[in-house]
Structures are given as structure tokens and as C-alpha cells.
Design a protein around this ligand. Sequence first.
Ligand code: MN
Length: 190
Amino acid sequence: MAFTLPDLPYAKNALGFISENTLNFHHDKHFKAYVDTANKFAAGTEFEGKSLEEIIKKAKGPLFNNAAQAWNHGFYFDGISPKAVAVPAKLKAALEKAFGSVEKFTDEFAKSAAGNFGSGWTWLVEDKDGSLKIVNTSNAGNPLTDGLKPLLTVDVWEHAYYLDYQNRRPDYLKDFVAHINWDFVARNLG
Ligand code: MN
């Protein structure tokens, strides 16, 4: 079963801080290309028919890069909400335990993402012992390869924000953390 491009969970003009123009390129062109290219590199190999997660954990090179980018983009878009979402109690308690408060978490997350050099992703993850951490990855990197459970990610490749924010990555991140879909994060925490 080939991978397919998922629809965005909101209208392209719904977010406010990310424009329809950006989403036309980011979802319809970049994300689609990663899905299509992952299918191309998986076809006829031991990975054909495997899940993106299985491929991410085992593959290297172009198949890893495209499968991870396909997974990362779906996860990123699902983590954004057009409307403010309250932080569910269990997640709130976990964030307070790890970072002191929800606001301290979003500050630290945005700061880590602003300092993630070059193209990559910044993640909130759950470690094997249940603790929450912020990690940066470069290029297509995904924390699943380190045995970490992703809860939230932000895309800091320039294509994610350059049409709307140009070089102002910190402004994009300030707006991103105000649009986190906390229900999605809480579901990932389990
Ligand atoms: Mn992207």
C-alpha cells in the first residue's frame, strides 16, 4: 500500500499566522514530494508495504530522508490549531513537572527551535522513563531513531516560514506556540 498525502486538518486560510500561500507550497508541493519520493524509493525493496515508522527506524539514505520528511510533515500539521486549545490537565501536569510551567515550556521550545542551526525540526518528546524533553534534529531527523516518542514538532526549514516571515524565524515560532493543538499533544502522551 503506497503512502498517500493526508489532507490538512483545517482550511488553508484558517491559521492566520501561516498563509494560504505558504500552505499551497508547503503541503501541496513539499509534503507531496516527500510522500511521492518515499513511495518511489520503497518500491521493490524490503521496505515496500512497511509503515513510515518502520522505515524511519531501519532505512538509511534517500528512503529514510523522504519517509521521515513525510512522517514529520503530517505530525507537524496535525500539531497546529486555528483556534486556541486549552492544555489538558494530565499534559499540563507533565509540562509543569518537566519545565516549571506551560509558558516556560513554550519559551524553551521556541528558543531551542530558533537556535536549531540550518534546516530541521524541534520536538517535544517523551523519553523511555516517561520524562518530557525538547530535542532538535537536523534535516529529516526524527526522534524515533533514538527511541524517543514524539509529542509535538515544529518545522524550521525555511520553506515553512519564509514566505510569511522571511528571516524572522523567532516571530514564526512565537506565533506557532500560540497555535499548538494541545489535544493532539495530549493524545500522543497517551
Ligand atoms: Mn517542511
